[in-house]
Design a binder for this molecule. Structure first.
Ligand code: K2U
Ligand code: ZN
Length: 180
């Protein structure tokens, strides 16, 4: 069992772009396992490797009520999308903030699974939203980036205040990034 530390906005490490996974090996599979454990424990319905300071193109999700459908996408690529849908989103890296974001209503994603086998997934509804949200993380993009500058500033101020009130919550190691 390994729970990974989830980075919080505006930590600059959340802005790093993830690189493609060259080989789906046992180390990658261990990362996937740790990410699922961290996601279920949070609890959340999705998690991108960027959020746990791993710059690899790996996302995990499970949008079911009973945790019965874990989905892992490695090197995901959206190959088709259709329609528009607005849905309220949250983010484990921006705790306590929920805002509406517009995204494609349905998508087709090509990726590798945990065995390194290429898969193609058609998704709509909450799963489509979650995949787009997690793939944004791999590009260093957060759902708050879709909001107005004023809202984004207010959220940044709120996150910084929360960090000051609970410094032990964060990694105090010297290499941890300073919040800007
Ligand atoms: O990236 C994350 O932080 C995971 C999100 C995934 C998500 C974002 C927007 C819409 C759906 C899923 C977290 O799971 S946020 C917490 C949450 C939990 C249940 C439903 C919605 C959001
Ligand atoms: Zn998120």
């Amino acid at each position: 069992m390994a729970f990974l530390e989830i980075l919080h906005f505006p930590d600059p490490r959340l802005r790093k772009k993830a690189t493609p996974v060259d080989e789906v090996n046992d180390q990658v599979r261990q990362t996937v396992k740790d990410m699922f454990e961290t996601m279920y424990d949070a609890p959340g319905i999705g998690l991108a490797a960027t959020q746990v300071n791993i710059q690899q193109q790996i996302i995990v999700m499970d949008v079911t009520e009973d945790k019965s459908r874990p989905v892992c996408l490695i090197n995901p690529e959206i190959v088709a999308e259709d329609g528009e849908e607005e849905m309220q989103e949250g983010c484990l890296s921006v705790p306590g903030v929920f805002e509406n974001v517009q995204r494609a209503e349905s998508i087709t994603v090509r990726a590798l699974d945990e065995q390194g086998v290429e898969i193609t997934l058609d998704a709509d509804g909450l799963l489509a939203v979650c995949i787009q949200h997690e793939m944004d993380h791999l590009d260093g993009k957060l759902f708050v980036d879709y909001l107005s500058p004023l809202k984004m500033q207010r959220i940044k101020k709120k996150m910084l205040k929360m960090k000051k009130l609970d410094p032990l919550e964060s990694d105090a190691s010297p290499q941890s990034a300073n919040i800007i």
